[in-house]
Design a binder for this molecule. Structure first.
Ligand code: ADP
Length: 333
């Protein structure tokens, strides 16, 4: 069970704001709710910033009450909307953002997002002394310094649900299916989905399998009497990987269907796990910020909420566990 930092009953700051930025993830709403309600419980004023850093620069900042976050814990997406903001890469623009927040009387900012959003927050604090704190929200689970991110569990469950359905038709028609899941540079989703969905083969960006090996696995399965196979493929950097693989398999005499799950993995009601994680991390972010800590992300390490300096998070690689790749191969054989 996840343990939290001790919750303060007093706050060093009077007012804080929260925004969501970058790619959305199921559970972001639960995190917003926790930030708002916990902040209010400490006597802080809490503001919501719409549309990430773009909305911040446009002054789309509104006070939030406990009731403005009612009935959102079960909703996917983000009620605050999210955006990508090119302008925020400029130092002068980040200075202007800090001015806007200060002019509103806001003392600290909670940023729910991924590595890019944390980079913006870190620079804004370093250059302007404006306190920021990050909450990891991304389906990819590719943020260093935390074992888990908000939205990952939901995305994995959505994909596994799809695989269960695909397996029904795959076995009825004796077909090979290539199921493409999200994950451009990391295979966290692919690995969990592949293991949990009982895939025959898993292809992740960290360990590229030669086509020969994929064909061998399919062939071994057929020899053992398997008439259908599910191959989980992380999308990788270049679009169309599973379609290219299907074409290669066809050249070797195997007919494979392709199913790209795409953005279905981004949406939907968050799982109980993600709601819980988001609630705990959202409240912990406020606890740290109100206790005078900042320039850091709240993360999970060994089932404990920890505060990790942004400099140990941003741009750092999070490695997939090799033993899980090996396990996936053993279980599929
Ligand atoms: P994520 O937070 O999900 O990784 P992005 O990488 O798209 O998403 O980043 C979201 C936003 O964070 C960007 O549109 C930009 O406004 C800000 N951001 C990202 N990288 C930087 C950077 N190096 N400097 C300043 N701001 C950045």
């Amino acid at each position: 069970m996840l343990t939290m930092p001790s919750l303060p009953t007093r706050t060093k700051i009077k007012s804080l704001a929260v925004l969501t930025s970058g790619g959305d993830a199921p559970g972001m709403n639960a995190a917003i709710r926790a930030v708002v309600r916990y902040g209010l419980s400490l006597g802080c004023e809490v503001y919501g910033v719409y549309k990430g850093y773009s909305g911040l620069l446009e002054g789309q900042i509104v006070p939030l009450s406990a009731s403005s976050v009612a009935n959102i814990i079960q909703r996917g997406g983000t009620i605050l909307k999210t955006d990508r903001c090119e302008a925020f890469y400029k130092r002068s623009v980040r200075r202007e953002a800090a001015h806007i927040l200060r002019r509103k009387g806001i003392d600290g900012l909670v940023v729910i997002g991924g590595d890019g959003s944390f980079t913006g927050a870190h620079l804004m604090e370093r250059e302007n002394g404006f306190p920021t704190i990050g909450v990891p929200g991304t389906i990819d689970n590719d943020i260093a310094g935390t074992e888990d991110t908000i939205g990952f569990d939901t995305a994995v469950n959505t994909a596994i649900d799809a695989i269960d359905r695909i397996r029904d038709t795959a076995s009825s028609h004796d077909r090979i299916f290539l199921v493409e899941v999200m994950g451009r540079s990391t295979g966290f989703i692919g690995l969990d989905v592949g293991i949990g969905g009982g895939a025959e083969t898993i292809l992740v960006p960290e360990r590229k399998l030669p086509l020969e090996e994929v064909c061998d696995t399919v062939e071994r399965g057929i020899k053992r009497g398997k008439t259908s196979s599910i191959i989980v493929v992380s999308e990788g950097e270049k679009p169309g990987l599973s379609t290219r693989l299907a074409a290669d398999l066809a050249k070797r005499g195997y007919s494979a269907k392709v199913c790209i799950l795409g953005h279905t993995q981004r949406g939907g009601s968050p799982t109980a796990h993600d709601r819980f994680l988001a609630s705990v991390l959202g409240a912990s972010a406020v606890a740290y910020l109100c206790g005078g800590r900042s320039n850091a992300m709240v993360g999970v390490q060994n089932d404990k909420v920890t505060l990790v300096p942004f400099k140990n998070v941003i741009g750092k690689e999070k490695k997939i566990r090799d033993e899980l790749i090996t396990l996936a191969q053993i279980l599929a054989s």
